[in-house]
Design a protein around this ligand. Structure first.
Ligand code: ARG
Length: 467
């Protein structure tokens, strides 16, 4: 058997008990620096808070703490200016930063890791990063909600068909349809807000898993990093990735909402529907068919949920069955969350742009709303209200009139009074007033209904809420 030669000497950070360094392939599978360098700012912030606390509690001298503080600022500027040489043999961002710090400030740098482990370090870094992403998602969603609100306001009383089973159901208003998405994205925002609140506890100080014998002040580091409090159980602190899963869960539901509107845009912008015109900024042409204007952004938004949901599945699969506490499996958490977060932010921005720039075709919406017997329910309701028929009977009478209109190739308002009376002799001229789509939507005054007054009051409520 051939022995693969280690390509490096034992690791400088933890190599005390190792005679040789790792195999090159071990370095490749083990190192996370290729992706976790994205956590550099959080890692340095965590180390700064830790060093300041070590000094305040007398664990570290004031001069060492000052040397560490200045050294960490130098590392930060080296990374931000692209001068920092990341090393795979140093595995991850934590060891890369600490090693460079020690090069810069000597012995003091070697004291930074007192009362700390990479286990609580990565837990705090990643939490800080995910917390920022929750904030970004919330603000992206607020902007998106504003774009839907503007659309709703412009067409609060424009009539369009409402669908079930993608079959014409009842007339609704454009404003009402837009506001449905405001509700959906508001719930999404609430989910990120909840997740953020729950994750806002600081795991730093849990050390490897058991806490530490040093007299640290976990409340101080928690405060310095903007957390509400320290986490209460050191084992849970290093083993937990719920915060990432909750972020992914909220992101998945949000991506699902984005995909639903994206699908509506694909349908609505087609030549068969012509409900909306997408701006040139969010569409592409075809290299062969000159007439084409493809809704590529909408199609991509429809698809992006695949990546985000995939990341969610991947992280659940990594975490399931892991014994407490930290296992290296958990290093596989980051790339999934990074990609999902990047995808979500891009998707939110693209949807916001597309919604802001799209133009609803009021006439096409109105024409579609008036076809497909969309006011059949209004007719049945009229039979109940005016003639006192039981709803089931009214439903049957209306059904026969729909069949008659279908056979004649016309819509309900085009039937004559005599034809109406053939289905029920009590029907009078008054029935025609409920067959118009405008009257239909205006009548739906129940709270949350599609009547323009209702829609306008929801718009006003949301405008006040969004400020
Ligand atoms: N790179 C590691 C990760 O992302 C950091 C924690 C390593 N801890 C350890 N005990 N090896 O999970």
């Amino acid at each position: 058997m051939t022995q693969v030669k280690p390509d490096t000497a034992a690791n400088t950070m933890w190599g005390g008990r190792f005679a040789t360094g790792p195999d090159a392939i071990m370095t490749a599978i083990n190192a996370s620096i290729g992706f976790d360098k994205r956590l550099y700012a959080q890692d340095i912030a965590g180390s700064r808070a830790h060093a300041a606390m070590l000094a305040a509690t007398g664990i570290l001298s004031a001069s060492d703490a000052e040397a560490i503080r200045e050294g960490l600022l130098t590392v930060l500027s080296e990374i931000e200016s692209g001068q920092f040489a990341f090393r795979a043999d140093l595995e991850d961002i934590h060891l890369n930063v600490e090693s460079r710090l020690t090069e810069l400030v000597g012995e003091a740098g070697k004291r930074l890791h007192t009362a700390r482990s990479r286990n609580d370090q990565v837990a705090v870094d990643f939490r800080l990063w995910v917390r920022d992403q929750c904030d970004a998602a919330m603000s992206g969603l607020t902007t998106l909600m504003r774009a839907f609100l503007a659309q709703a306001e412009a067409g609060a009383d424009w009539v369009m068909p409402g669908f079930t089973h993608l079959q014409t159901a009842q007339p609704v208003t454009w404003g009402h349809h837009m506001m449905a998405y405001v509700e959906m994205f508001a719930r999404d925002r609430g989910r990120f807000e909840d997740a953020r609140r729950r994750m806002n506890e600081c795991p730093l100080g849990a050390a490897a898993l058991a806490g530490t014998g040093f007299p640290i002040d976990r409340h101080m580091t928690a405060r310095a990093l903007g957390f509400d409090r320290p986490t209460a159980n050191s084992l849970d602190s290093v083993a937990d990735r719920d915060f990432a899963l909750e972020f992914l869960g909220a992101a998945s539901i949000c991506a699902m909402h984005l995909s639903r509107f994206a699908e509506e845009l694909v349908i609505w912008s087609s030549a068969q529907f012509r409900f909306v015109r997408l701006s040139d900024k969010w569409t592409t042409g075809s290299s062969i068919m000159p007439q084409k204007k493809n809704p590529d952004a909408a199609e991509l938004l429809r698809a992006k949920i695949g990546r985000i949901l995939g990341a969610t599945f991947a992280l659940f699969t990594v975490m399931k069955g892991l014994p407490l506490t930290y296992s290296k499996d958990m290093q596989e958490d980051k790339e999934q969350v990074f990609d999902a977060a990047d995808t979500l932010m891009l998707a939110l921005a693209a949807m916001t742009g597309m919604v802001a720039d799209m133009t609803a075709n009021r006439d096409a919406l109105r024409a579609a709303a008036a076809s497909g017997f969309s006011t059949a329910t209004d007719l049945a309701d009229w039979l109940v209200r005016s003639l006192g028929l039981p709803f089931r009977t009214a439903h049957h009478v209306t059904g026969s009139l729909v069949a008659l209109a279908e056979a004649k190739g016309c819509d309900l308002p085009d039937l004559t009074l005599a034809e109406m009376q053939s289905a029920h002799p009590g029907i009078s001229e008054e029935v025609f007033s409920v067959l118009g789509v405008e009257n239909s939507v205006r009548s739906r005054q129940s709270y949350g209904g599609t009547a323009p007054d209702q829609v306008r009051s929801q718009i006003a409520r949301w405008k006040a809420a969004l400020g």
